[in-house]
Design a protein around this ligand. Structure first.
Ligand code: UT7
Length: 319
């Protein structure tokens, strides 16, 4: 029994916002700095009031349509997000309600930028256990809500969006291996250290990051976890047709590809147009490459994420 991808979908809110537009809004930055340090040229920012469940719903509807699956057929809905609409109910339950599904198990996964790889690995285990047959796995974020627009070291890096996949029980190969890891001792290098208490926000409700520490950690674990899933599936990294790393920084993406010996033209890149959309970045890039015909049935695709916690994970699949 395999868990096989039968559909992908994605959604980006509004128009692209260029680096020059951010500078024109009063942020002390410039296009040359952002492009040379990160590879980011533009990102999408949701209107005030637009939520992760709204973005995730549209991505989910597109994935269901491609899969030819109705919402009523789903028996599992998992949403990876660090920017949920509410403290509760979960964003997964909100999307379930909007889709009109009743009865599927629905819950959120909070593993920040590794969230989609975690959610996919969990869904795969549900399906391969035989307990569930049709899963919707979504990564959806409105990171613009948790950015300090006075902190130029972080606010230029992130964007909003959502991506989704439908995963079904199949006797044809699908997900070949998954891995999930965390190191909670590194919680201080990337976090949003705020909370709601007694009706007030306490602590700091904005994203804070030690960029250089995150950079070094990300390159190391992205290479390690890619090798781990390839080994588990008895596949050489040179046999991977497409690498889809978390889209945070082109320098991290290129360093990872180089460490793994995977050619630059086999690496899917969206960070230039999406920025870092956290849990949405991998399914957004996957959907783009499926819909433009680069990823073909039967090809091996390696997905990987890394983010706050620190968390990291990967999935090797035959599409
Ligand atoms: O999902 C995982 C999330 N995050 C990541 O993967 C991010 C990982 N880290 C990085 O991508 C990089 O560390 C950054 C892109 C965040 C920063 O690049 P860096 O080469 O590490 O730059 P830096 O933080 O050392 O800053 C260098 C200079 C500083 O100026 P001084 O002190 O040298 O005068 C900063 O103040 O660049 C300045 N700077 C900026 N200048 C223009 C920082 N942000 C900006 C900005 N525009 N937006």
């Amino acid at each position: 029994m395999y868990a096989r991808l039968s559909g992908t979908g994605s959604y980006l809110p509004g128009n692209p916002v260029s680096n020059n537009e951010l500078a024109a809004r009063g942020i002390d930055t410039n296009d040359e700095w952002i492009v040379s340090r990160t590879g980011i040229r533009s990102r999408h920012l949701a209107h005030v009031g637009t939520t992760s469940s709204e973005l995730g719903l549209i991505a989910a509807q597109k994935a269901l349509e491609m899969a030819g699956v109705t919402a009523a057929d789903l028996d599992l809905i998992i949403v990876a997000t660090s920017t949920p609409d509410f403290i509760f109910p979960s964003t997964a339950c909100l999307i379930q309600g909007k889709l009109g599904n009743k009865g599927a198990a629905a819950f959120d996964v909070q593993a920040v930028c590794a969230g989609f790889t975690y959610a996919l690995g969990i869904a795969e285990k549900f399906i391969c256990s035989g307990s569930h047959k049709k899963a919707l796995v979504i990564g959806a974020e409105v990171f613009s809500r948790i950015l300090d627009w006075n902190d130029r070291g972080t606010c230029v890096l992130f964007g909003d969006g959502a991506g989704a996949v439908v995963l079904e029980a199949s006797d044809k190969p699908g997900i070949l291996a998954t891995a999930m890891h965390a190191d909670g001792s590194q919680n201080g290098i990337l976090n949003v250290p705020g909370q709601i208490c007694g009706g007030q926000v306490t602590g700091d409700p904005f994203l804070r990051m030690d960029g250089q520490a995150v950079f070094k950690f990300a390159v190391r674990v992205l290479a390690d976890v890619a090798e781990e899933v390839c080994k588990a599936a008895e596949t050489q990294t040179s046999d991977v047709d497409w690498l889809i790393p978390h889209q945070a920084n082109i320098r991290i993406i290129e360093a990872t590809g180089k460490k793994l010996g995977i050619d630059r033209d086999k690496v899917i890149v969206t960070v230039d147009r999406h920025g870092n959309t956290s849990a949405a970045s991998v399914p957004l890039a996957l959907d783009e490459a499926v819909r433009d015909g680069r990823i073909q049935r039967g090809q091996k695709v390696l997905l990987e994420g890394v983010g706050g916690g620190f968390t990291w994970g990967a999935a090797l699949l035959e599409f």
